[in-house]
Design a protein around this ligand. Structure first.
Ligand SMILES: [Zn+2]
Length: 210
């Protein structure tokens, strides 16, 4: 089960204090998805991992996380306009966080904000938005030569999954049919991505299916 505490936290941007639900523990049952999304119950605590300051609208995993941005940033059109993007409510919060990451030039933070937004769209069954979020995540991964993932094989599995889940099946087959990962398990995962792409399967799959 998932346990929460109510705690007071001070916004790093506006300095005002509010009370937030903070996830202190949860459980995970089963295998994660190919894009690292955790299984239930942890899967559904995704939205509980992001906080929004009710005073100024600053969004971060914890609002007391310092930022180099000025307080006026959250009033700019690029940030406030996300409210009218038509994305599901929680995906909006992750896109705001993405906008902050972009301004801070933090590509790793940017990538995960887009991917988590995609997960929110999956849950809201907004598949068009989910594809758009994944395309944004893929663009970050491509522009940074995937170095933000740390491990090169993990980066390729993530790239293959984002390509497949955005319907770019030929690209998966072309780029990864001959690809061999160092680790046998990771190799199995990447070849599973190729197999799914050949079947034109853009769905969500778990690592234990490979
Ligand atoms: Zn604030």
């Amino acid at each position: 089960m998932s346990n929460y505490h109510r705690i007071k936290q001070t916004c790093a941007l506006c300095g005002k204090t509010s009370t937030y639900n903070v996830l202190v523990s949860t459980s995970a049952f089963g295998a994660m998805d190919l894009d690292t999304r955790p299984p239930a119950l942890k899967r559904y605590t995704n939205s509980d991992t992001i906080q929004t300051c009710p005073h100024c609208g600053y969004v971060n995993y914890t609002v007391d996380t310092p930022t180099t941005l000025p307080a006026e940033f959250v009033k700019c059109e690029a940030y406030t306009g996300i409210e009218h993007s038509g994305l599901p409510a929680m995906a909006i919060q992750f896109y705001k966080h993405a906008e902050i990451a972009k301004a801070e030039k933090d590509d790793r933070k940017l990538f995960w904000a887009y991917l988590r937004a995609a997960w929110e769209c999956d849950d809201a069954q907004d598949y068009t938005s989910a594809i758009n979020c994944r395309k944004d995540a893929l663009a970050v991964l491509t522009n940074t030569n995937a170095i933000i993932m740390g491990d090169v094989d993990a980066a390729h599995i993530m790239t293959a999954d984002l390509l497949r889940r955005t319907g770019q099946f030929d690209a998966v087959v072309k780029s990864y049919s001959q690809y061999r990962a160092k680790d046998a398990f990771l190799n199995k995962l990447i070849q599973y991505e190729v197999k799914l792409a050949k079947q034109q399967d853009a769905g969500c799959h778990r690592v234990d299916e490979a």
